[in-house]
Design a binder for this molecule. Structure first.
Ligand code: GLO
Ligand code: MG
Length: 344
């Protein structure tokens, strides 16, 4: 635990073999058990799970096997003094989810997706977390005429309601993203996610997870997206990272592209006591060029950057900010922030 009481997490996908759409892996796979040890050694507190990280080959297993394996994983977490932050159903790799999951045109595919997500809810319970993250990877289209977007939106709501009904303790954090893998995603921003949540059967149990890069890809400022959710008590987790413009989802180390932009994310989180609300998740990937034995620095550097920025945020003279706001001297305010970031 750091002196600011923030808790940090990442997911197993953040230690990555480096494959991209144009080239194969460049680093050997690291076993999940080893990733847990790395997570612990790097000073993180919790692991983020896809359902099949806890129970591999989930689709072929009985309810009893799922329970046994998830409980064994929980015991392993306990041994290491770690927790599970959330479980996310992996609804984008199975052949049944090629055309989407909850919004697939094929009713059998939609039924598969709901059943799979219910299994993820069971696994979350066995891992002792009530948080499910829904990253709606393939809920969208490559071409607009392929699906009925009104019906698809209703299907997303029906899926959320089915899960809330299935497990009365479950909380669902929707992770919006405007594109990739789809061209046009149905839940591109936190505004969409929370509007959907407000229509749900139990709106108090639906919130959001905001990823910095996803907000940037939507042409929005991540700190303002976070503020929007915080204003309604709906920011339940974050995936901090960075993103160099409107390109593929880069998952760059936190702060490595735009230090001012990440400063403002830390500022809004810290001002709203986020350490009392949720964990700081770092959804970052090592550059493909990074040699295997050096391919965890993106995680430790991102964590360090976050904590350094907490210090800077707290060192800024808030009284001075109020004066400059009152005087409408935003040029001087700009300099105050710039000089804080430059260490002057
Ligand atoms: C991809 C998403 C992905 C999710 C993860 C948790 O763009 O950021 O990494 O965060 O699968 O559901
Ligand atoms: Mg993410």
């Amino acid at each position: 635990m750091n002196k600011y009481n923030y808790k940090f997490s990442f997911g197993p996908w953040n230690i990555h073999e480096g494959a991209d759409p144009f080239g194969p892996p460049v680093r050997p796979s690291v076993a999940f058990a080893e990733k847990l040890v790395i997570l612990k050694d790097l000073g993180f507190d919790a692991m983020q799970f896809h359902d099949d990280d806890a129970v591999p080959d989930l689709d072929t297993k009985s309810a009893r096997e799922i329970r046994q394996q998830a409980e064994a994983m929980k015991a392993r977490l306990d041994d290491l003094g770690l927790t599970a932050e959330f479980v996310a159903p992996r609804l984008w790799e199975h052949p049944m989810t090629i055309d989407g999951a909850f919004t697939a045109n094929d009713p059998a595919a939609r039924a598969y997706a709901i059943e799979r997500a219910k299994k993820a809810a069971d696994i979350a319970r066995y891992l002792d977390t009530n948080l499910m993250v829904l990253w709606l990877a393939r809920e969208g289209t490559y071409l607009r005429e392929a699906k009925d977007a009104v019906r698809a939106t209703q299907q997303l709501l029906e899926a959320v309601d089915a899960l809330l009904d299935y497990d009365p303790d479950l909380r669902i954090a929707i992770e919006p993203k405007p594109n990739e893998p789809m061209d046009l995603a149905y839940i591109p921003t936190i505004g969409h996610a929370l509007a959907l949540g407000m229509q749900a059967s139990d709106p108090a149990r639906v919130g959001g997870l905001i990823e910095s890069a996803h907000a940037v890809l939507a042409g929005l400022d991540p700190a303002d997206e976070m503020s929007f959710a915080l204003a309604f008590g709906k920011l339940w987790s974050v995936h901090l990272n960075d993103q160099n413009g409107l390109k593929f989802d880069q998952d760059r180390s936190f702060g490595s592209v735009d230090l001012r932009r990440v400063f403002n994310q830390v500022r809004v989180l810290d001002e709203n006591k986020f350490w009392e609300i949720g964990m700081v998740g770092l959804d970052v990937k090592a550059l493909r060029t990074q040699p295997p034995e050096l391919a965890t620095k993106h995680l430790s550097n991102s964590l360090r950057t976050f904590l350094r920025l907490v210090e800077i945020v707290r060192s800024v003279d808030n009284q001075k900010i109020e004066e400059l706001r009152a005087a409408r001297d935003y040029e001087e305010l700009d300099w105050l922030i710039m000089s804080s970031l430059m260490g002057a």
